[in-house]
Design a protein. Structure first.
Length: 259
């Protein structure tokens, strides 16, 4: 069995999150103000930090499972090959991170069919890993479905992930980096790879060797966060357009009724 290559996920994550959380530079004091004595303000105890929205993307422990399941989550799955020549895919691992990049779910899954290709050069998985660490597919399916219900899900080529999970997710709650038009423009309208998107928009390298589903989920998250305002405006615009089309269809039906 080939030894799994070490993935610099935490290091890359620190580099990536700095693109969103660069500290603001303070303004320099003018020469005139430097010579004027200013009375020291009274010392007061620091206020507790309860608002996660103000916090940057910091990972004190990249592998620890967080209980902070936010309204927006990023998901990525690893798949193994089954069937003839291993061309069909089955779920082997699911990773979910919250909007701050903290891991909220990260489990291996026992495939339901006989594995004919572990795709080890990409997944880093083996029969031993899935046997010792994997949970039953039905358990993973139920846990993931419950966790992401009614939440916005971010990821890359999510249709593949939901196909192996065996359920769908509401279209208006999906933010897929492989289908977002401004991202597709760098590939002349074709589907761009996550690796290329990260190179282009985040100026860093990922997926060098064995893929890491946690790192891939975080990359999709960062791409979304960096373009969130524009992306959400486009979602609202499409929603309004769809509602207007539905209204016109209803009006056309009414016009066709006899008095």
């Amino acid at each position: 069995m080939a030894r799994r290559k070490k993935i610099p996920g935490a290091t890359n994550w620190e580099k990536l999150r700095k693109t969103l959380d660069a500290p603001k530079t303070s303004k320099k004091k003018s020469k005139s103000s430097q010579n004027v004595p200013v009375p020291s303000p009274p010392i007061s105890p620091p206020k507790p930090q309860n608002n996660r929205k103000s916090k940057p993307l910091l990972l004190s422990n990249p592998t620890k499972i967080s209980t902070d399941v936010t309204q927006r989550l990023a998901l990525d799955c690893e798949m193994v090959g089954v069937g003839k020549e291993g061309k069909e895919s089955e779920l082997a691992k699911v990773s979910i991170v919250n909007v701050y990049g903290d891991v909220v779910y990260n489990k291996h899954v026992k495939p339901r069919s006989q594995v004919t290709d572990y795709r080890a050069e990409i997944t880093g998985l083996s029969a031993k890993i899935l046997k010792e660490q994997g949970i039953p597919f039905k358990d993973a399916q139920r846990e993931v479905a419950e966790m992401i219900k009614d939440r916005v899900i971010i990821g890359h080529s999510l249709h593949n992930d939901f196909a192996v999970l065996g359920f769908s997710h509401p279209r208006h709650l999906i933010r897929d980096t492989s289908r977002y038009k401004p991202f597709k423009d760098i590939s002349r309208g074709n589907t761009p790879s996550l690796k290329r998107l990260v190179q282009h928009f985040l100026q860093t390298e990922v997926q060098d060797g064995v893929h890491d589903s946690v790192e891939d989920a975080r990359c999709a998250l960062l791409l979304y966060r960096k373009h969130r305002a524009q992306w959400e405006r486009s979602v609202k615009k499409k929603k309004r357009k769809g509602e207007e089309e539905e209204e016109r269809e209803e009006e056309d039906k009414d016009d066709g009724l006899d008095d």
